[in-house]
Design a protein around this ligand. Structure first.
Ligand code: ADP
Length: 153
């Protein structure tokens, strides 16, 4: 079977344990998962891109297992996710959902990416222990002085 590459794209501001689990589970269905750190115009959030990339590279490092043919790459990109997917030769997009609200959003995105841009999306459901966890919750807790280290890789 040919090697499969999945693109897991998002803002990851910050990259949480929920995101990490999607990468880990994605490696069961792809040989290479590319974490694409992009800019979502619907969620314009400030933040230092370089430090986010560093944080993600450290977090996914233990998942790189070349001897088992599994690898994780972290790349930044701008523009359309589907264009980036084509540039890196991704076979499909990988996304996660936590709720019905996420599902509606992700299904719409998946429809557009398939019908207009020709790339399919594999959607994994969050595990119950992470279904409440979002980057915005972490930012909110951070901003109010709460320790969020147990929510991050
Ligand atoms: P975007 O800004 O593109 O929505 P995010 O960084 O918010 O990107 O999330 C990237 C992807 O990860 C999305 O598909 C989102 O639904 C999913 N995701 C976020 N948090 C979790 C979680 N706790 N469990 C599973 N999937 C998640």
């Amino acid at each position: 079977m040919a090697n499969k590459t999945a693109l897991f794209a998002g803002s990851f501001n910050p990259f949480t344990l929920g995101h990490l689990r999607i990468v880990e589970r994605g490696l069961a269905i792809a040989d290479c998962v590319v974490v694409g750190v992009g800019y979502n115009i619907n969620k314009p959030v400030p933040g230092n891109l370089e430090s986010r990339l560093d944080q993600i590279r450290k977090a996914v490092e233990p998942l790189n297992k070349p001897s088992e043919g599994k690898s994780v790459l972290v790349k930044e990109y701008g523009g359309l996710t589907a264009d980036f997917a084509r540039r890196i030769g991704a076979d499909f997009l990988l996304r996660g959902i936590r709720s019905v609200g996420d599902f509606e959003y992700e299904r719409n995105l998946a429809d557009v990416n398939l019908k207009v841009l020709g790339i399919d999306t594999v959607i994994l459901c969050a595990e119950p222990e992470y279904s409440y966890l979002s980057s915005s919750v972490v930012r909110e807790l951070d901003a109010n002085g709460f320790d969020t280290s147990h929510l991050l890789p």
